[in-house]
Ligand binder design. Sequence first.
Ligand code: GLN
Length: 190
Amino acid sequence: MKIGILAIQGDFDAHRKRLEELGAETVLVKTASDLVGLDGLILPGGESTTHMKLLEEEGLLAPLVEQVRQGMAVFGTCAGAILLAREVKNPAQHSLSLVDMTVIRNAYGRQLDSCVTTASTTISDHPLEMVFIRAPVIERAGESVEVLARRDGDPVLVRQGRILAATFHPELSSDPAVHAYFLKMVRNGH
Ligand code: GLN
């Protein structure tokens, strides 16, 4: 199983380490040719505006969307989740528009910029530790979007088909449950 990690900006290395601990082969994706033959792709945290701009400049945008249409699994965390959303607010910006949800960037306000909390999830029998860093809020999740975990009522871990999105950073917690779930999703082919 070969998993790519978009490595143009942001915290991609923690994802690489976690995936390798779980036994996956990883590829740092910087150009369109790095996408060839991937079973799954991680869109890490960072700055979604910068990620979107670099995806366009590097010619990664169209081949990435095409590969997702052909069945490649994707997991976006924080800025990566923003890229996946159909609609982005605060401010509005372009996205890959692959998950039927609306996100509000930097929605927890200055004082709550970053925090660590725990919440229950349907993917594991124990609560997940969740690290939030200037996180977006999922304001709306469409009918085809399954909510796997919530924080104070708001969805924070969601799935639509072969696409997984977290508004927090599972790569920064010691619990490998979310990455293990993603690898299982990739392996099962649905
Ligand atoms: N605030 C960032 C954005 O809007 C996301 C932060 C993150 O990925 N930790 O793009």
